[in-house]
Design a protein around this ligand. Structure first.
Ligand SMILES: *Cc1c(COP(=O)(O)O)cnc(C)c1O
Length: 383
């Protein structure tokens, strides 16, 4: 039996709620289940407003529209991230300014941010890699001092916290993903979290094709009209119905993922120590989201060999994030592949092990045993 890298899992009343959404005869956006999801997120994260979106990518695009990002604006972000973090701003003509990451958490290196700020800097986008928080005290302090907006790409970090405060509650905006590969999912989906109430009304407009339709439905205006540039960022209520069943079971999902993560961490510790492989680092003051289990091997040859070795044992593992500055478009922006050495080295050495919500102990054991039987080339030990 093959062990996949990821597998979407139904945890509760997904089918029932989708059936109920259909029988309510209103399955377009902002229906019954969308509202329940929004309220759930607001309560759970303590954000002023949560708006479900069609994806995390679209939620980031909304932040670019809400901040009126335009040509020549600069947006600071890690290079070690998903392409959507940058694209949302590039689409508006802005320039992503890539900063290197910390070698421990693989999060944006807060000590390198201030050097990257110029008169054109408008925002800092942080990505809480693997659901472990960036150094938010320092980052928010730098942003405040320079009058720059903080956005959290919190695709990995739902249910995690920094000094006991939930991730997603620090930035002016935070974005969530409910893509099939995330802890809580509905296939494709996302959310925009708004922590500065002055943006709520415009966010509703931008999300509804640039119209004041939301105010019309609340009876605040007698007809709805085109107010500003916008797009269609509302998911169908069918997807929200699926998602709500997942959110309701968030504790179960998180407990299962924690179990798998802890098992990997415990069982692979000796092997990592023996071969100089670095397991994930979670600082004391961060409660993590158990989004992924990764390891850093000593070099790219060992990492590639381990992925191939696991594949030969019918176990699907993956690498993660080719740094954006080293991509074809990164070169077009003027970056050289050798810039940002920690991002490059981490990307080359990182492997993510299979992890999904119904992963059994037997499956985890099979992965652990296969890793245990692998001898990194750099160890000089013959298999
Ligand atoms: C998954 C992911 C996204 C994109 O999420 P979608 O919902 O697929 O658009 C963005 N940023 C990060 C860090 C991600 O992991």
């Amino acid at each position: 039996m093959k062990i996949p890298f990821n597998r979407p899992v139904v945890v509760g009343r997904e089918h029932e709620y989708m059936g109920d959404a259909i029988s309510r005869r209103r399955i377009s956006g902002d229906g019954y289940y969308t509202k329940r999801c929004n309220e759930w997120l607001e309560r759970s994260i303590g954000t002023k407003k949560a708006l479900l979106t069609t994806s995390c990518t679209h939620a980031i695009e909304m932040t670019a529209l809400l901040l009126d990002i335009g040509p020549d604006d600069e947006i600071i972000m890690p290079s070690f991230t998903f392409v959507s973090t940058a694209n949302a701003f590039v689409l508006r003509g802005a320039r992503p300014v890539f900063v290197d990451i910390r070698p421990d958490t693989l999060n944006i290196d807060e000590r390198a941010i201030e050097k990257a700020i110029t008169a054109r800097t408008r925002a800092i986008v942080v990505v809480h890699y693997a659901g472990v928080a960036c150094e938010m005290d320092t980052i928010c302090e730098i942003a405040d001092r320079h009058g720059v907006t903080v956005i959290e790409d919190n695709a990995h970090g739902l249910f995690a916290s920094y000094r006991d405060r939930p991730l997603g509650s620090f930035g002016t905006f935070a974005t969530q993903s409910f893509h099939e590969t995330k802890n809580v999912m509905c296939g494709e989906g996302g959310a925009l979290l708004i922590n500065d109430a002055s943006y709520i009304e415009r966010a509703e407009i931008v999300r509804e094709k640039g119209t004041n339709r939301a105010r019309f439905f609340r009876g605040l205006v007698d007809k709805y009209t085109w107010v500003e540039p916008g797009s269609s960022y509302l998911p169908s209520d069918l997807l929200a119905a699926f998602l709500f069943a997942q959110l309701e079971n968030a504790e179960t999902i998180q407990a299962r993922r924690k179990h798998v993560w802890n098992r990997y961490h415990r069982e692979l510790g000796d092997w990592c120590a023996e071969y100089g492989v670095r397991p994930p680092v979670v600082p004391e003051h961060c409660r993590q989201a158990y989004h992924m289990y990764y390891m850093l091997l000593q070099n790219v040859a060992d990492r590639d060999a381990l992925i191939a070795y696991l594949a030969a044992h019918e176990i699907n593992s993956v690498f993660h994030y080719v740094p954006l500055h080293g991509s074809e478009y990164g070169a077009h922006l003027g970056y050289r592949p050798e810039d940002l050495p920690v991002s490059v080295s981490s990307s080359e050495r990182l492997i993510r092990l299979p992890m999904y919500n119904d992963m059994s102990d037997a499956e985890t054991d099979r992965v652990v045993e296969a890793v245990h039987s692998f001898r990194p080339i750099s160890s000089g030990v013959l298999a």
